[in-house]
Every structure is written in structure tokens, then in C-alpha cells.
Design a protein. Sequence first.
Length: 497
Amino acid sequence: MQRIVGVALASTALLCAVAVRAADVAMLNGKVAKLKDKAGTVSDQALVKFTKESAFATLPPSPLCPTTSTVQLTSDTGDVLIPLDCGHWTASGSRYLYLDPTGSSGGVQKIVLVSKPTGGTLLIKMRGAHYGVSALPGQIAFLDARITIDTASYCGRFESPPSVFKKNDPDKVVIKGPSGACVAPPTPTDTPPPADTPTATAADTATVTATPVDTATATATGTHTNTVPPGSTATDTPTPTVTPTFGPPVAFRVDSVALRDPHVYVSFGSCVDATDPPGLGGLSANGLISNQLNADGDSDGFLDFSLLAIFRPLRQPPLSGVTLDILPADCTPPVGMEVCSPGADSPQSTTYANQSAGTCLTPLAGTVGMNNSVPYTPAISSPGAPCFNTTPVTISFPFGVFTVPLQDVRAGATYVGTPATQLTNGLLTGFLSQSDADAIVVPPDVLIIGGHTLSSFLPGGTGSCATHTAKDTGPMGQQGWYFYLNFSAHQVTWTGT
């Protein structure tokens, strides 16, 4: 009876809040909206982002308890209204953050709302089993994204024009802003009662910290060998089969990356090696990567580029490895104290093997240096034991400003500590075909190199100013380049599963 009364009171409060809500404040600087509806619900997700948004030039009302807040997505094909659990909101200065890795309230895992006089930021991410994106089937005419805090309501409509539909399929919708004003606050048609929303337990929100190398436990099954001699009256006792139960995932965030081979060349009147020259600083190739890793340039509350290696679980020598995921993530600053959660992209999974002696990964013979004979400097570092290396995979690898499809990708690093808290002497290798390099265009807003193909910066590539070649022959006989990057990483708090 208490539960029923609680549901009635909560529902009444929500309906009253909607009824007295003021007219929407229009959000006109929508950057992107994405909807994904795959088989089942685990892969369903939605992402909406507004940047330099004048609606948040001043701070909205506080969403902290006991304030009521909601998120609503509306299209011509459906409507989803989600009451938010006020206990997941936190405030810091001019920033509100909603974090619920379980997505217990309608799949809302994260909301970032930052206020700035020059225009603020709103990011909403929804994903997981509690979020039914199928309520908004694809091939839509528009998408309204609304957030309501107390009686204040903010809404932006993605509709062509001014928005541009990059993809509008039944299972995936991608819309680029800007957004426009919503026509009118719609009447909610899908209001999940709070009582049906699972309450996160300590296990749902556990913070991943340094994990023992292995936490195997044994469980018994019926499999055994009969050891009772024929004719004996003794009772046969089954021998249990030991099944290991591994520890939780442990995440490491890459905190430095240095391209070692091939070098990149840019025309500044003359052809200049722009990989890491002292005079270019942050405009060099490695400088640009470093800026992305260590700064929040767009002031959205997250470091501009975060790449994680997630061990599932962390097992160090002499134990064998298991599974390792590589994925872009959303990580809050400062570097060294990051809290990371899943990004919009799916992880790339592989397996890893451990070594107690020797070197775990080295460059392939004949694939390093100018004309594959004279090595570039500084030299490529290789990870020594105790270390790991991964099995080769083909993945789309994010390099901060663009994504590169790499073949024969391998990674390895040296463990620091037991259990490890850092990875050093990391080496990442992978092959980029010339046909793919010809098709990749650096975003126009990147200083100096924007608008040019990746191939034009690589020795031997189409349009390159370099007089030498660094091209290699790939695993399928294609022409292209083997990339070698050194990296380091440190353990971070991981809020995902």
C-alpha cells in the first residue's frame, strides 16, 4: 500500500510540474542528435548535444533534491518523457552533472549542463536496458529535445532546415545542427512511474579501483571421475570442477601519445617535418594529440579526447590474459583524477597475453624509417616484461580529430605495480592502406592542415611534399603505411559495466 501511495504522489507531483511549466526557452545551437535502435535494448542509445548555447548564458534552477527534473524526446513518430532521480545530480560552480551508469531512470546515464556568459553546453546521453529507443522509430521528420528543471523548460528542435539529416534509417538517425525552437510543449504520452524504476544498489554504482590480480573462486558441478572400486560399498563423492570467477573490469586512460613512424610532412613554403619539431609546439602532429588528451577546449566538462584500455579483468604475469576493450570515453578533468564513462561509440574487443620475460611487441622488420632504411628519431620504444600484447585485429581507431581504419592492429605495454596502476613503454601498431588514407580528410577547423587528405601528409602519399617514401606492404598486399605510436596510460575510475 505504501508503494502504491508513493507512486500516486510522485505521478501527481510530476503532472503538476508539467502543468505549471513556463514556455520553453529555445535552444538554437544544437550540435548533434543521434538515435540508435538495434535488436534488443542493450545497444539502444540516444545522444543530444548543444554547445555555445545562449539559453544557458545564466545558470538554470538547481536540479538537486528535492527539485523535480525531466528529460523528454519527441518526434513525429513517438514521445518519451523520463522523470529523473534527483539523487544522481551534483553541482560544482556553474556546472550540473547527472551520472547514473545503470541508466535506471529511463536509460539516462549522463547529463552535463554548463553555464557560461558566452553560451553554455548541454549534453544528454541515454543507453541500456532501461531505455526503449524503439518508442522513437527512425525515419523521423523532427526531434525535440527538452530538459525541464522545476518550472524552467529548455527545448531545441532538430528539423530540416536548419538541421541536416546525415542518416535517417529505421535503426539509426544522425542529425547535425543547428537546431530551432520547439513548436509547443507536447502532452506527455509515455510517463514511466518512478516505482517501476529500479533503484541502483551499491553494486550498481561501485567505483573501480586497484583490483587484485585475480579473484578466482571455485564452484562445483556434477562432472567427476568414479573412483569407487567395483563391489565396494563405499559412497562415491563427486569431484567438483573449478570454475574461475574473475574480478571486475579495470580501466586505463591513455595520457600521452607520440607518433614515431611514419613522420608527417606539411608544406610551409618548404616541406617541413611536422611530427614533433620544437618550433611548432602545439601545432605539431604530436602537439595536437597532446592538446586533445589534456584539455577541455570546448568547455563541455570533459577532456577533448579520451581513449581507454579496459582489462576484463586485469590479470598480470604469471597469469594468462583474458579480454581487453579499446574504446573512446567521456572523462572529466583534471588529468590524474579522471572519472570516465562510456562514450557514444562501441568498444573494440580483443584478447591479451602476458609475459614474465623478454619484449612483448616490436616493429615489423623492414617497415620503419625513411625509405624503410634510415630510422626516424627518436627511436620507437618497445614494452619489456612484465608486459602484455594483444592479438591482431582490424579496428577503426580514433586519433582525436578523425578516425582511421587500421588493419593488423596490435598493442602492448609494461605493467607498473602489482596490481598495476600505470602502463609504460606502450606501443601501438597498425597498417593504413593508401586507398583509405586518400579518402580521409582532416576536419576543416583544424589549424593549418584542415581540409587536406591524410595521404598528402605521409611520405609517398598522394600529394605529399616529401621527396622520400615511407610506404610499406600491408597484410593483404596493399600499399600503405605501418603506424607506430608510443603511449603511456594510468588507471582511472570507470563508471561503466
